[in-house]
Every structure is written in structure tokens, then in C-alpha cells.
Design a protein. Sequence first.
Lengths: 304, 447
Amino acid sequence: MATIANKKSRQRRRELTDGQFALMIGLPVILLLVVIVAYPLVYSAWMAFHRIMFFGGYRAKFVGFKNFATVLSDPEFWWCTWVTIRFTLESVILTMLLGLGIGLLLNRPSRFGSLWRTLVFLPWCVSLYGAGLMFAYLARGQTGLPTAILADLGMQNVPDFMTTRSIVEVLAIGSSWTMAPLVGFFVLANLKTIPKRLYDLAAIDQLTPLETFWNVTLPPLRFTLFVFTSISIVLSMKLFDLIFVLSDGGPGDASSTLTYQLYKVSFKNLNLGYGAAMSFFLLFFIIGSTMALYLVWGRREKAL
Amino acid sequence: MKRREFGTMAAAIGLAATPFGRAFASVADLEPTSGKPVYFRGWQFATDIVQSNVKRYNDLEHGKISYATVTGDYPSIMEQSLIAKADLDVLYANPSSAVRYYEGGWVMPAETLPAIADIKADMLPQFLDAWSYDGKLLGLSYFASTRGCIHTNLLAYNKAGMTDKDFPADWDALYDQVYALHDKGIATPILPHWFGEYFGISWGFVMEVLNRGNPVADPTTHKPTMTTDPNGPAYKTLAQWKKLWKSKLVPQEVLTYNEAAYIDAFASGRYVFSPQQIYDVQTMNTPGRSQIAGHATILPVVKQSWGLIDSALYLMTNRKRPEAQTDDVKKFTSWYGFKDGDGKIYVGERWMESHLLFSAYKSVMDSPATEARIKQAVARPDDYAVLLDVYKKTPFPTGIWRVVWSEEFNSYLRDTLSKFLLNDGDIADTIKAMNDQISSLNDKYGI
């Protein structure tokens, strides 16, 4: 009897699909997230339909869709949306290229492999606040690295990168500097799973290094790259700390992304209803861009 | 015998009436009784000094002060904390924030302190006025300074063939000299007050308009007072800013500097003039810290004042807490913001000694120790008198700072002025927009 029962039990376990298994192990986290996320989300939605006042006694007045309409007619919102898109594109592309490069370099046999891995991973451990301070010093003409190099070469130029033209690029470099090591390590982990015999076969077929990379190395990495592109998009679109410390949204509003603008509207000007409405547009952009990425790229990929 | 035991005994034998008696009697008054912590928060400035002051209070008075600093956009963060009724009892605030917090019903005025009569009697009148709202003194003196007095790099100035006799007497003369210095080969003659902090470019505009004779908004009605007359203070200020920006004598990155970068920039010696804090005369004259050490002075007041009053107070919140704990908050505030158990303005005097932070108390500012300390910080003996004169004549923008919307207007000004420079804005339109913003804020708050 016990043997039959065990056999049935094993059959039931075998019957679990990938999706069911994923749901089973993910359910507790999903439930926790619902509890943690649901309250602030519902409260934000409530605020978005109200005008909230703190002076002369706390008051909240229902205003319907007025806050949403005001957001759409606000030129500053559209400017910040453009800055967000520009920053996200640059940051994600840089992060993924750097991450891929780090993974490939660390996968090569090296005498000080462990040391390199530790050093390369350090930027990920630096807080965004610290990274912001560092890049501010590096990018400014006053204290910057290019100024120091030029001074060593006997030139008195003071290259200034904290300008309206280049500030978004400075932010993108700072952001990718902190994120790329993580991508690099996941790429490295993925690379370690590629059987060596595939490279031997490629050598027998006399593939060039580029062909080997394209046909042997890249295919198993594609799912990882897709996942991290999605993560980088989300992290870039909601990045705040680095921008706050490095440029404070400036010069002027040259680096005011939607997240920074949200902070300004909600916490500096205490316009909570308007800020909440704007936050739903940001949420829409984040969900929209990751969904678009999935449709264009993700649904063709499968984890190995 | 311990000091406290001696104090008790002394009080018991009737020494309270002697000159020492008051001091020792007050020891018992400043000791907390609730057994609960008092939460003290401030911005990041010389936190080691604050920490040791707090430790001294905790040691001497058996206090339970929990001190921590706040990083980031201080006024907004504190406002959120006050709204959220967070654990917060004593905090730093600029006068404009203090007014807003008071209007929000989140802080209690210093009037509730037992020693309020002594505090007011010792306070310099201009600060008593600047820090009072609705007839009540809102807080106690942390520091009182002149922001925007014109620091001058004498090394570069003298090298360009100019001496004290050539010092500009007002803002227009200053700008004229900037271009003259540039013609003499100085690449960056001025570092304007355009940095990115909440007290950067916006305060830079306010101080210049004030110095030129316009209060920005009426001190009583808070109605806008700036005009689009080309000879008016606001117009002339923006016209000079536009000309300076277009001349490319100022790097764009100034708009993103924090205060430390702004101070470092002037200390690098590359500039000749810059509106800075009066107490940073010490920084600029410190060897190893500044490239112009021993050669930094400030412009004297001749035709007009320079800068504006930049000050901060210790405020007490009125969050819900037991009566005994509120009494402890008052005791600590009194000790920290005025006199300690020995009747000494310990914290105020220490700030003067360590960082040259001016105080609003006459007894600190008039003391021989303060005079010696300032003389030690300035480059030349005569600068002491100049410094005090500039300090005494500094104006306060009552019309826009003693009103509930002050911080909102400040945030608006910061954005508007940066964009004015970056987008080559129209002067008259910008002034009109600023006036409209003041009017709209008055409407918003029913003023």
C-alpha cells in the first residue's frame, strides 16, 4: 500500500507544470507584495483624485480627473518625460554593454581572477548617494578628472560637463557604473554554464572569434540580457538618489526626470494630489516600456 | 563634592540670592524629569560639535537627547516629518521655514519658555524682529549671519593693480569692475550666488534686489513690489545677470554646485569677488583650506548694504506627548539655545569659537572673546570693524520670508531664475511672472 501511495505522490509531483511550480514558490512573495504595495497604491489613487491642503487644518477636496488633466497640459511634465526617455535609453544601453563586457572579461582565465572580480563588483556596493557625490566631483570643471589630466599636460582648460548639453550623459554614466557590475556577474554565471565542447566544435568548424561569440556565446546569454534590460529600464526610470545628489535636477531643469519632478511637486511644493496623479503616468510608462520590450524581444526568449 | 550636590546645598543655605545662586538654582530647572527621550534633528554642519554639545547636556543634566542629522532637502524633509507627526521635538530651521511650520500648527513658539524675558533682553533687535511672527518669538538662536557679503580675493585684486580705494560701493559698480578685471586678464572675476541649493540662486536674487532697495514683497501686506521699470532694482539685477551669463565669465556648472563646492570654488583663488557667508572669512583665510589664505577680505558698506540675513533657529515641535516630556523639550531647548546650568551661553559661544558662527545674543557678540576670535580670522586688523559693520546693516526680506508661502516661492524662484539664464528669458516677463506667483500664493493662503 505504501509503495502505491508513494508512486501516486511522485506522479502528482511530476504533473506540476513550470508555471504551477513558479506560482507555488512565488506565491508567498506575491502575497507579501500585495499587502505592502496595495495600501500605498490605493492611497495614491485616492490622493490623485483630491486636492490636499495642510495649512489652516488638513483638508482633502475631491476634484475628479482634474489633477490628471493638469498633468497632461503641463509643459514641464512633457519636458521631464523627454529627459526620462533620454536618460533611460542611454543608461540602459551603457549598462548592458558594460555588463556584457565585464562578464566576458572576467570569464577569461586570469592570474588574479578573484581579485578582479572583487574589484569589479565594488561599484555595485557603493550607495547611489556616494556614487552621485563622486561623479559630481569627477564631472565638474572645478574638481574634475579631465581638468586634472589637462593640468598635468600643462593646459589651463577647465572642461565642464555639468551643462544642459551633457548632464544627462553624466547621469547615465554614473547610473551604469553602479548597475553594470551586477549585470556582468549574472552574465559571467551564465557564461560558466556554456559547455566547453561547444567552443571546441566552433574551433573545429574554424569559426572566427566574432562568429563564435555570435553563435556560441550569445544565444545562452540572451534571456539573461533580456531580464536585465527590463530591470535596468525600471531602475533607470525610477532613479532618484543619484540625480538628487549629482545634479539636483539641474542645471535649470536639464536633468529633471519624472521621478525628480514628482519629488519636487509632492514634497517640496506639497502638491500631493497632483504629484500622485503624475506618479500614475510614470507607472504607466514603466509598465508600458517593459511590456513593449517583452513583446518585441522577451516572448522570443526562453530561460535555459 | 559634586557640582550638583554643591548646588543643592548652596540653594538650601540661601545662596540663591547671590550672583552664583541663580546659576546653580537653574541647574535643577534644566534637568529632565519625564525619563523619555527628546528627539533633536538638524542639518549636516559640524555634527561632531553638536554631538559633543548634546553629550555634555546628557552628562551634566542626565538628559536623554537623541540627536541625528538629516541629509538632503532639509526644509521639505522636516516638513514631511512634522506632517507625519514623527518623533521630533527640537529642530533647526531657517526663519522662513519656522513661519511655515508655525502656520501649519506644528511648532510652539519660544514664548512658552520660562526664561523668555531674559532671552529677548539679550537678543539683538534685528533678529528679535526677524524671528518673531504674530508677535511671538518662534525659536532660539542657532546662528545669525550675513549671506552674500562680497568676499574679495586681494591677491588677484592687487595683482590687477587695484587697491582698497577701488572697492566697488554698490552692485552696479561691482559688475562694472568685473568686466574691467576681465579686460585686465582675469578669466573668472566673479563667482555669483547661483549655486543649486535651496538657498543658492533664489537667495542670490533676493539679496541683490534687497540691497538695491526693493523688498521684493511688501513686509506687511506681502503684495509684490518688483517693477518692470528698467531702472528698478529687479530689472537691473536681471539685466546684469543676463549680461554676465552671456559673457561666459561664469561656468554653467555653478548652477549645480552644492554649498561645499561653491565655497571650494572661491577658495581655489580663481575668482576675485563672490557673495559668500560672512563666517566663511575664516575658511578663506585658513592656510591649507584656501589658496587665498591671508588675502581674503569683504567689501565694506558704502552706498548700500550687502547680502541678507541668513540665520537659523532652534524650534520646538508641539507634537502630542506627555506634559513632562514637553517640559523636558523646553529645558533642553533653553540649555542648548540659550544658557546652560551655569548661566553661560555655552553652545553659542562654542559655535563662535569653533566656526565663527555669529550669534543673535548681545552677550556673545559683545564679548572680548568674540572680538579676539574674529580678529584672529580676518586677514587684516581693520577688517574686524568692516565685518561688524556689514553684519549690523544686513537687511531681512520680511515680505517674502515672514509669510507662510515662503518656501514655495523660494522653490519657484530657483527654477525660474535658472531657466531665465539658461533659456535667455525676457526680463520684464520674468519679473511679471514672479509677481504673479506672489499674488497667486497670497490668494492660495488667503493673504
